[in-house]
Write a protein that binds this ligand. Sequence first.
Ligand SMILES: Nc1ccn([C@@H]2O[C@H](COP(=O)(O)O)[C@@H](O)[C@H]2O)c(=O)n1
Ligand SMILES: C[C@@]1(CO)OP(=O)(O)OP(=O)(O)OC[C@H]1O
Length: 154
Amino acid sequence: MVGIGYDVHRFKEGRPLVLGGVTIPHTHGLDGHSDADVLCHALADAVLGALGQPDIGFFFPPGDPTCAGISSLKILEKCRDLAAEAGVSIVNVDATLVAEVPKVLPHREAMRQNIGAALGIAPQRVGIKATTNETMGFVGRREGIAAMAVAQVA
Ligand SMILES: Nc1ccn([C@@H]2O[C@H](COP(=O)(O)O)[C@@H](O)[C@H]2O)c(=O)n1
Ligand SMILES: C[C@@]1(CO)OP(=O)(O)OP(=O)(O)OC[C@H]1O
């Protein structure tokens, strides 16, 4: 089974920028109720989709006080637990970040380590890519970051 996920978060001054559980030096972080880790959110929805489960907001309701400021790696850990309960393994995940700034690929290996550990899979099974939006649209105007992801379970 495969699943697809997509998420977007708006830049906000005064917050840390967390992507794949890595805090990346930048002028702005992302706005959100959790740590706003847009990469983990897209990956979580991809895994949940592959499992035939409802989306991230079902398990971590937007605005729920218990979710305030949580690390989104915890959301991936929940996905890992749901896969185990279903008796399936996460085969691999793959994601693309769409961000005009900052450069994220220097942090790829650290992200793969964090995400692999949270999902209970080897980092080699975690794909992370990035592209700019060539200055077009909301990403191009540096208003936020988008992420898309796929996951396979068997
Ligand atoms: N936020 C980003 C965006 C891109 N990269 C890396 O740069 C390469 C070129 O991106 P283009 O959008 O100009 O084609 C891309 O393949 C990534 O390796 C990045 O690290 N962070
Ligand atoms: C992660 C959750 C948890 O409150 O909140 P946000 O950080 O706002 O992220 P978003 O992708 O907008 O919605 C999903 C929510 O489940």
